[in-house]
Design a binder for this molecule. Structure first.
Ligand SMILES: [Zn+2]
Length: 493
């Protein structure tokens, strides 16, 4: 029996996104990543008696952006609550969070499935909270504690249990990353912990409407681990049920090295945290004016941008998907396109595919090979446009452009200047090209005979030889024309 056909998984995700505010949620300490341990702290975030937290208004601004972008209802009066638990990296003994009255409820996120269909994933809520510190177990014989992260603002995005496969969970998480980065509220870096994901997983027989007992899987700190950890946990639960066992409600930690999820503790219920409204913080009041202001300031979101790339720039949907996957890539593409339109006086629609080809192949290849971020990429949009312009006006061939592109990665000069100084200009002079073509024809009697005998493929070989002789600088169109007419002449003596 193949268990997959009899069971279906039910998955809900809880995603924590660390916000890009300069200071912490309730004090003015810096949120900078990688500072000297325990240097970004003050009496407030250390939870000293007698101190009072003051809400950072940017935390509310940022969560409103996310809430509006995901069609949530905005709670006009939301309340902070204390989530009580003891841990060495939590000096206050509680975390400030939201419980009964979160600021955003009932939104949705659309994911595009592999078959091209769109699936809407419900959001239960998005709420504000502060981060805890970090225990470091592997540096010294003792455990060390760094509380720099205490009080760093987070939003927690809780999905409905609408996801039905690890792949859907992966797509959901990718979409969340895309949204928070487009909105400029989180850098989306899962490896540095800016985006963290826990999953609630259960399985049930297909056709069943009741949910099975769920477990919580934590510590999946990369996108790939989320998929792998969920696959592991789903198979474990299915096997357990087939073998006559029952799933226990518990929290599991994903161990990426072992490829297993290990039981950490029996799962807490909300009442274990003794939530109660934080008496030190007033309720957060958001009026319609504030909502309108944030709504009108929202940037163009990934889906509308993708649709615009298809409808007004005429790009194939595949190109539009790749280019809008990350905001930085889409921005780069549009900047290069606008620059090229200005240089050539042509419509962006007529230039889009050409720019897209360069961005999707060469630019993204270098970005991924060298693990660069878009703003560290050495070829600015304007220089890329300058290079494409040189191809369009016939100064360089496509072959030379590939070489020029490589040179532009290390040289800061204007592409036209590199072409001049490195002698990359395309040879279109018919006299020079004709001489090369004649030499190739007389040096390759066998191939010429084959071509005249009807073997068309040899033509490509002859073009290649002529190109080689001209060190790749010959104008391929002119070479083609010359070869074609000379071979035709040979055919009719
Ligand atoms: Zn502080």
């Amino acid at each position: 029996m193949n268990p997959d056909t009899h069971f279906e998984p039910v998955i809900g995700l809880e995603v924590h996104a660390q916000l890009l505010t300069a200071s912490k949620a309730f004090c003015s300490c810096s949120t900078e990543f990688g500072s000297e341990p325990n240097s970004n702290v003050c009496p407030v975030c250390l939870g000293m008696p007698g101190t009072l937290p003051v809400l950072n208004v940017n935390l509310v601004e940022f969560i409103l952006r996310m809430g509006l972008a995901t069609e949530c209802n905005i709670t006009t009066r939301s309340v902070f609550a204390r989530k009580n638990y003891f841990y060495p990296d939590l000096p206050k003994g509680y975390q400030i969070s939201q419980f009964e009255l979160p600021i955003c409820t009932g939104g949705r996120v659309n994911i595009i499935l592999d078959d091209g269909n769109t699936k809407s994933i419900g959001l239960t809520r998005i709420h504000m909270e502060e981060d805890a510190g970090k225990s470091i177990h592997d540096v010294d014989v003792d455990t060390l504690v760094d509380v720099n992260r205490c009080g760093v603002p987070l939003i927690e995005i809780v999905s409905e249990p609408d996801l039905r496969s690890p792949r859907e969970a992966y797509l959901f998480l990718t979409k969340i990353k895309q949204l928070v980065t487009y909105l400029g509220i989180c850098d989306g870096n899962m490896e540095e912990g800016s985006l963290r994901c826990d999953a609630n997983v259960s399985v049930r027989k297909k056709g069943e409407t009741k949910f099975g007992t769920k477990t919580e899987v934590k510590n999946m700190n990369s996108f790939r681990y989320v998929e792998r950890a969920l696959e592991y946990e789903i198979n474990r639960q299915i096997q357990l049920i087939i073998d006559g066992g029952t799933v226990r409600q518990e929290t599991l930690l994903w161990d990426a090295n072992l490829g297993v999820a290990l039981a950490m503790r029996s799962k807490e219920e909300a009442h274990d945290y003794r939530y109660f409204p934080d008496p030190d913080l007033v309720p957060v009041l958001v009026d319609e004016k504030w909502i309108q202001r944030v709504r009108s300031g929202l940037p163009e979101l990934p889906t509308p941008r993708r649709d615009r790339f298809v409808s007004s720039l005429g790009l194939p949907p595949y190109d539009a998907d790749v280019l809008t996957a990350e905001k930085e890539i889409a921005d780069y593409f549009e900047a290069a396109l606008a620059d090229l339109a200005k240089r050539t006086g042509k419509e962006t629609r007529d230039l889009a595919k050409q720019v897209s080809n360069w961005v999707m192949t060469d630019v993204l290849r270098v970005i991924s090979e060298k693990k660069l971020t878009m703003d560290a990429f050495p070829i600015t949009p304007s220089r890329l446009a300058g290079m494409i312009r040189l191809i369009m006006d016939g100064t360089i061939s496509g072959t030379i452009a590939k070489e020029l592109f490589e040179q532009m990665l290390t040289l800061d000069d204007d592409p036209a200047e590199i072409v001049r100084s490195r002698g990359l200009v395309q040879v279109s002079d018919t006299g020079i090209l004709e001489k090369a073509v004649d030499e190739i024809l007389s040096a390759s009697p066998e191939q010429v005979a084959k071509y005249l005998g009807g073997n068309e493929k040899v033509f490509g070989f002859l073009v290649g030889e002529a190109m080689k002789k001209l060190k790749g600088k010959g104008n391929p169109r002119v070479i083609n024309d010359l070869l074609r007419s000379k071979l035709t002449a040979l055919r009719q003596p």
